[in-house]
Design a protein around this ligand. Structure first.
Ligand SMILES: [Zn+2]
Length: 316
């Protein structure tokens, strides 16, 4: 499974980069989406179709697997061949650029938060203010929830990152629970000494607004001093790859050129590792909702985020 994931990721990325040059357009290029899907279909032809089908189900990993890296220590390059076979094995072993790296993937909200208001409404200290422990998130007009979306993209992203050799820690390992609190989501990344952390969301903006937005930490003296600069670099890499690969426009109702600096988010204020949030699109906008509910598009979104994280860590 890991080799297939790796092949899919590389093939998709190569096809995306070669046929989809970066362009800072705010318009919505429907034809661009079709090109991405066509390239992806070619790259994923044959046996790889099975992997896509498996992804759409998004099964939850075993709780222990999330923190253990789930295959990060094994894989195509991990075997010890005989002396006679070593040269050819080495020559054909895929590159695992994220080996040794720890990535925290935080799927925003949780599927059962709505049923536990007392738990999620408990106020916690996020340095600059007190905020609820967690929130329910938003949903599309058709009822596709933000927690379901964020968890699904997170699982796809985790697979891609692990296929590149990373140890991936998810802040929640199913969509049938409550929380964790925003303070805990930050603490998980801190305890892991993560090389990068990303919190995945989709926005509940005005129905007339569309596009994506990356939220980065602002300066909170004594707290975020050490992460502002690297988080900004991560934000730029996420913005670039996400726009280029998904063709989603910059948000036209929030932020500035798809970047938003904030000091009111516990997940950022309390982080000691480079971290950003991404609002992948606006669930309240009908055009964005069509994309967010499409499993194939969610795969593309995961590829884009993985590409950005890899770029960030390679240049760190
Ligand atoms: Zn959210």
């Amino acid at each position: 499974m890991l080799p297939l994931s790796w092949i899919l990721g590389r093939a998709w990325r190569i096809s995306s980069l070669s046929c989809l040059p970066g362009r800072a357009s705010r318009s919505f290029p429907a034809a661009g989406h079709r090109r991405v899907r066509a390239a992806a279909a070619l790259a994923a032809a044959g046996a790889l179709a099975g992997l896509l089908a498996a992804c759409s189900g998004a099964p939850a990993p075993a709780p222990g697997g999330a923190a253990a890296g789930n295959g990060a220590a094994t894989g195509p390059s991990g075997g010890a061949g005989s002396p006679a076979s070593a040269p050819s094995a080495s020559a054909t072993a895929p590159r695992r650029p994220l080996a040794g790296k720890v990535i925290v993937v935080d799927p925003g909200h949780n599927g059962d938060n709505w049923a536990h208001p007392a738990t999620i409404n408990r106020l916690v200290n996020v340095i600059t203010e007190s905020k609820p422990c967690d929130t329910t998130g938003t949903e599309t007009d058709a009822g596709y929830t933000e927690p379901a979306f964020t968890f699904n993209v997170a699982i796809r992203l985790a697979r891609l990152l692990r296929a590149e050799g990373a140890t991936v820690i998810l802040t929640r390992t199913s969509n049938h629970g409550v929380g964790p609190c925003i303070t805990q989501r930050a603490a998980i990344g801190n305890r892991a000494h993560a090389d990068a952390a990303i919190s995945i969301h989709a926005d509940g903006g005005p129905p007339g607004g569309s596009g994506f937005d990356v939220i980065e930490p602002g300066l909170v003296p004594g707290h975020t001093d050490g992460i502002v600069a690297p988080s900004h670099r991560l934000a730029l890499d996420i913005r670039g790859a996400y726009h280029r690969i998904t063709r989603e426009p910059y948000a036209n109702y929030v932020g500035h050129n798809a970047l938003d600096v904030r000091t009111d988010l516990g997940g950022l204020n309390l982080s000691t590792v480079p971290k950003v949030f991404i609002e992948c699109g606006n669930m309240r906008n009908s055009t964005d909702a069509l994309l967010l509910t499409d499993p194939t598009w969610r795969d593309t979104a995961a590829v884009a985020i993985e590409t950005a994280i890899e770029q960030f860590l390679e240049t760190a």
